[in-house]
Design a protein around this ligand. Structure first.
Ligand code: ASP
Length: 335
C-alpha cells in the first residue's frame, strides 16, 4: 500500500475504495488512504481536515450524533495502554453511527498465541472497514498498512509518531489562538521518547513558527526531527531551563517522561520530575498563551493551574474526538 497521500490521486485501488470512485472529489485525497505519519499532510489538506473537524464539533454540539458511517465498522487494535486515543476513536465512530470491534486487551486475543501483526490485521480487515492500531514498535503501522487492503490509522507506534494526536494538537492551537504562523512554541519534557512531540514538531514545520525545545540533557529531540525543522528554514532554540523561556512563548506543550521506554529505572527517577508547571511559573507566562499536554499527566503540571483559562489540555482532549470523527469520515469516503 502507498504510505504517502497523493494530492492529485486519480482512482484509488478498488481494494481501498470499494469501487472506481474519484477520490479527490470526495475527501480531498483521503478516501481509502492510511494515516501513518504527519508527513502525509500539507497546509491544504490540514485546512480540509480542520474544516471537517469543525463541522463535526457543530454536529456533536447540536445533535450529539449522526448516521454518516452507518454500516461501517472500526477495529480498534491496541497493543499498548490507552485511554484517550482508544476511547475517542470509539466515541468518534459511534457518534457517526458506525460500529466498533474493540481489542484493547491483546493478551486475550490470538496475539498471545503468537499471531503476527500482519496476520492479525489481515484477520480484522475481513470484518472491519478501517483499523486503528497502537503498537510498541516503531514502524508497526507502516508494516500493518503494507499487508492490509483497508485503511490503517496509526494511533502511536512506539517512540515513532502519533499523527492523530498532532492533528488534534494543531486544531487546538488554531481554536485557542486563532493562528499558527508567527507563534513561538515551547515543547517541554521527554522530547526523546515522546512520540507526540515528534509528530507535532514535524506538522508545525508546515507553518512559519519558532520552536523552543526544553528538555533534560539526556532526553533531547531526535536529530531526524530537528532536521525537518532545519530543512524548512525554521528557527529553534534548545535549553534545559523552562524559566528562561516561559515569558516569551505562545504555546507551552508539556510532556510526561516516558517511563516505559527506559531500561534504567534509576535514570528515569533522576529526570521524571525535572519540570513542574505550577502557579509560580505561570505568573511569568503571557496573558494570552496556552498550556497543552497530550495526557496522561503525572507531576509535570500542577492541578492548581487546571482552572487557569490558559490551561487548554482538557479542551485539547475533547478536540481529539472531532479530529478523529473527521479522519474516519475522510478515509471512509464520507466527509
Ligand atoms: N498519550 C500520549 C501517547 O500515547 C502521550 C503519553 O503517553 O505520554 O503518546
Amino acid at each position: 500500500m502507498s504510505l504517502t497521500m497523493p494530492t492529485n490521486s486519480p482512482l484509488l485501488p478498488p481494494s481501498r475504495t470499494g469501487g472506481a470512485v474519484p477520490a479527490d472529489h470526495i475527501t480531498n485525497g483521503f478516501y481509502g488512504q492510511d494515516i501513518l505519519s504527519v508527513s502525509q499532510f500539507s497546509r491544504d489538506n490540514l485546512d480540509y481536515i480542520f474544516g471537517v473537524a469543525h463541522e463535526m464539533q457543530v454536529l456533536v454540539e447540536r445533535f450529539g450524533s449522526a448516521d454518516l458511517l452507518q454500516g461501517k465498522i472500526l477495529a480498534n487494535l491496541f497493543y499498548e495502554p490507552s485511554t484517550r486515543t482508544s476511547s475517542s476513536f470509539m466515541a468518534a465512530m459511534l457518534r457517526l453511527g458506525g460500529q466498533i470491534i474493540p481489542i484493547n486487551n491483546v493478551q486475550y486475543s490470538s496475539v498471545t498465541k503468537g499471531e503476527s501483526l500482519p496476520d492479525t490485521v489481515r484477520t480484522l480487515e475481513c470484518y472491519a472497514d478501517v483499523i486503528v492500531l497502537r503498537h510498541p514498535e516503531l514502524g508497526a503501522a507502516a508494516t500493518a498498512a503494507h499487508y492490509a487492503t483497508k485503511p490503517i490509522i496509526n494511533a502511536g507506534d512506539g517512540v515513532g509518531e502519533h499523527p492523530t494526536q498532532a492533528l488534534l494538537d494543531l486544531f487546538t492551537i488554531v481554536q485557542e489562538l486563532e493562528r499558527l504562523d508567527g507563534l513561538r512554541i515551547a515543547m517541554v519534557g521527554d522530547l526523546k521518547y515522546g512520540r507526540t512531540v515528534h509528530s507535532l514538531t514535524k506538522l508545525l514545520s508546515n507553518y512559519n513558527v519558532e520552536f523552543v525545545f526544553v528538555n533534560p540533557a539526556i532526553l533531547p529531540m531526535p536529530a531526524d526531527v530537528l532536521q525537518v525543522v532545519e530543512n524548512k528554514g525554521l528557527r529553534f532554540q534548545q535549553t534545559q531551563d523552562v524559566h528562561a523561556v516561559i515569558s516569551d512563548v505562545d504555546v507551552l506543550y508539556v510532556t510526561r517522561v516516558q517511563k516505559e521506554r527506559f531500561t534504567d529505572m534509576a535514570q528515569y527517577d533522576r529526570v521524571k520530575d525535572h519540570y513542574v508547571v505550577d502557579e509560580e511559573l505561570m505568573t511569568h507566562a503571557k496573558e494570552r498563551m496556552v498550556v497543552m499536554h497530550p495526557l496522561p499527566r503525572l507531576n509535570e503540571i500542577s492541578y492548581a493551574i487546571d482552572n487557569d483559562p490558559r490551561a487548554a489540555y482538557f479542551r485539547q482532549m475533547r478536540n481529539g474526538m472531532f479530529i478523529r470523527m473527521a479522519l474516519l469520515a475522510a478515509v471512509l469516503g464520507k466527509a
